[in-house]
Design a protein around this ligand. Structure first.
Ligand SMILES: Cc1ncc(COP(=O)(O)O)c(C=O)c1O
Length: 312
């Protein structure tokens, strides 16, 4: 399974639970996929490529040209595409592009995109556990139905009834207001993080940014714990979105020792000096939290600079 190298962690867990092996495609500036690198990662054993645009945790939105290139690669190399569009309603520039739309006019047997949706984000129904998948064909939809029964049985019936109004036209105005609120908070976050040198790209969707804490000399893990202790502000360490399991020749994962004995896996260094900030709190709380974070980062950076030996 080809996965973006900075990703929502469930993808790796699900791939490994299914006995698959995650292979990570590199992300360049602004967390955009490196399209030259991708074809070289495909082997005869590659089954699928996962796309998550807009992305959790980066907020990156892949442009249509990138999505089309991924779609063409999948067609040429006969891969499935899993397109996780959890944040489809939160795209701040232009409109959301769904790779499934590229194969609208193809016959079912030529289609290859599974599109994944959730009610959690657009309708703020996270706790209610409702989502759906659009399968490329009746055949694959039938296979999914057969898997659904033993895996999740079904979504709760009252929740399904409750979700029907969410799909009505009347709800669109609410979703649009939510998008405007997230965009406003993204701008607010940038206005605080950019002058502090902690934002090196502009997230164009979802409600996250991966802030850069490298000037403090701390890892994202250290930063998150110390920030919580000293300023009572919670952020998510970047390492949690960058686990990169390695495998023995027989396919079993190489685990690192951990205090509990449960397997731990190494993480991608690209995320080790990052923390993820989520904009799903009020403007006041977000502003206050970020100001405290910058204040903390400035103190930590000063300590780091003082400690560092002067260059000859
Ligand atoms: C990228 C992405 N996909 C899917 C989900 C799953 O949402 P849920 O399980 O609430 O439907 C999330 C939730 O955080 C997400 O960030």
């Amino acid at each position: 399974m080809l996965l973006p190298e900075i990703y929502w962690p469930n993808y790796v867990q699900e791939t490994m639970l299914l006995g698959g092996r995650p292979v990570f495609y590199p992300l360049g500036p602004g967390y955009q996929p490196d399209l030259n690198a991708l074809p070289k990662l495909v082997t005869p054993r590659t089954r699928a490529v996962l796309i998550n645009s807009p992305s959790n945790p980066t907020g990156a939105v892949f442009p249509e040209s990138t999505l089309r290139a991924l779609f063409e690669l999948a067609r040429e190399r006969e891969l499935w595409i899993l397109s996780d569009e959890a944040y489809e309603d939160f795209v701040f520039r232009g409109s959301h592009v769904s790779p499934g739309s590229f194969e609208r006019d193809l016959p079912e047997e030529k289609r290859r995109v599974f599109t994944l949706f959730t009610f959690s984000k657009s309708y703020a129904m996270t706790g209610l556990r409702l989502g759906c998948v659009v399968a490329p064909s009746l055949y694959t939809a039938t296979l999914l139905r057969k898997c659904q029964e033993p895996l999740v049985a079904s979504a709760g019936m009252p929740i399904q009834w409750g979700a029907i109004p969410a799909l009505g036209a009347a709800e669109r105005a609410g979703v649009e207001r939510m998008k405007a609120a997230y965009q406003g908070r993204r701008d607010l976050a940038l206005s605080i993080l950019q002058p502090a040198g902690m934002a090196d790209y502009v997230p164009e969707g979802a409600f996250y940014i991966m802030a850069d804490v490298s000037a403090t000399g701390m890892t994202g893990d250290e930063f998150a714990v110390a920030l919580l202790r000293e300023e009572r502000v919670a952020v998510a360490p970047g390492s949690g979105f960058a686990i990169q399991p390695r495998f023995h020749a027989d396919g079993t994962p190489v685990a690192e020792p951990s205090p509990t004995g449960a397997p731990e896996y190494p993480t991608n260094p690209k995320a080790s000096h990052r923390v993820r900030i989520a904009f799903c709190v009020s403007d006041e709380e977000l502003g206050e939290g970020l100001r405290r974070m910058v204040r903390f980062a400035e103190r930590a950076s000063e300590r780091h600079t003082v400690r560092r030996p002067a260059k000859a």
